[in-house]
Design a protein around this ligand. Structure first.
Ligand SMILES: [Zn+2]
Length: 102
């Protein structure tokens, strides 16, 4: 006689649908869904880019698509701290434009 083993799926109490990747905004510090945020990356060549595809390689910093967050990030140097390098002003301008277009 063999005992039927029913594979048990661990349940953690709550009904979790898909796990949404969350990232912290460098401006307001809130955790939000990664796909809702803008990503700024530093490439291996130390280049700072706005990554609109979310697929580029590099060290990333995330920010809400909200001009207020951009202002906060500019004030508290959140982007610089996250990317560990100076962020050129034109990147901030590009981000601002991106936010206005949303
Ligand atoms: Zn934010």
């Amino acid at each position: 006689m063999t005992t039927m083993m029913i594979p048990s799926i661990p349940r953690k109490g709550m009904i979790m649908s898909k796990k949404i990747p969350m990232r912290q905004c460098v401006g307001c510090g809130e955790m939000k869904a990664k796909k809702e945020m803008l990503r700024v990356i530093k490439t291996a060549e130390e280049e700072i880019l706005l990554d609109t595809t979310g697929k580029k390689n590099g060290r990333g910093a995330y920010i809400c698509p909200n001009p207020e967050c951009l202002q906060k990030a500019a004030r508290n140097r959140g982007l610089e701290r996250s990317l560990k390098t100076a962020v050129p002003k034109d990147i901030l301008d590009t981000l601002m434009k991106e936010m206005e277009n949303r």
